[in-house]
Design a protein. Structure first.
Length: 133
């Protein structure tokens, strides 16, 4: 069930009539407009638990944490966001100590820029510490 040659030529004619820019190039122009959030989460002494990443109230990642006594654990990830202000939130829930802590900040993302966030846990207060670069 193939189109006839007259149907094909009619289709080619219609395609050629489309104005330039009717279908924007999804490659370079689109990716230049986006901003990137690179995030690194170090749960410190947390042996077992879950970390969550939220952007503008939407959960974008759930990171299970399970490690041995002397094991190091650092999670790294990247997210694409549109330029402008966004609220970034990280929440950590530990299974053993029952700690539930969260921190959020509003950040201005510039088009084409990468913003780096390093998240650590304060050993004493168990609060999250944000370091932006």
């Amino acid at each position: 069930n193939h189109p006839s040659s007259s149907q094909l030529s009619d289709l080619k004619y219609k395609c050629n009539q489309l104005r330039p820019g009717a279908f924007p190039d999804r490659g370079s122009s689109d990716s230049q407009e986006k901003s990137t959030l690179d995030i690194s989460i170090n749960p410190g002494g947390t042996k077992k638990g879950v970390a969550y990443v939220f952007i503008d109230g939407q959960q974008v990642k759930e990171i299970p944490i399970k490690k041995g006594l002397l094991e190091k654990f650092v999670w790294n990830g990247s997210f694409q966001v549109s330029p402008g202000f966004h609220t970034v939130k990280v929440q950590l829930e530990t299974e053993l100590m029952g700690v539930k802590t969260a921190k959020e900040q509003q950040v201005d993302f510039k088009a084409g820029e990468t913003v780096r966030l390093s998240v650590k846990v304060d050993k004493v207060s168990k609060e999250l510490i944000f370091s932006w670069q």
